[in-house]
Design a protein around this ligand. Sequence first.
Ligand code: HEC
Length: 111
Amino acid sequence: MKILFILGFTAVSLLVISPAKSKSLGAMNTYFPINHSVVKIKAFEILKTKCNICHAKKNRKKIFTLENMDIFAAKVEEQVFIKKRMPRGKKNKLTDKEYQQLSTWIKSLKQ
Ligand code: HEC
């Protein structure tokens, strides 16, 4: 049951996030091992809604995408968890769950 949910979630997320690649879901799963991609997609949702919303206007060099986010992981960790400079603005605060999900993604890259 759980695995079906995970597979469904991944498939739907990939369809929503990258329509261009949705034709080759099989290939995507080889590219991003399935558990990794769920963790990553959850993190991307946060980067998109809580970070890109402002970076798109104020820091155009760091607009996070599924392709570049792993490269920025160390920077994200530094700004969000160590220096606590990001996200800026009262409206963009992260929930405990979102902190947890970002942290899970960053840790997944260190394994
Ligand atoms: C309301 C605006 C705003 C929001 C929201 C925001 N940022 Fe930023 N961010 C900035 C601006 C402006 C800069 C560039 C100037 C600076 O570093 O202060 C920046 C810079 C950065 C940098 C580069 C710092 C460096 O080392 O040069 C990182 C990494 C970053 N943001 C991550 C994030 C992450 C992750 C989030 C979401 C959790 C986020 N930001 C949300 C405005 C924002």
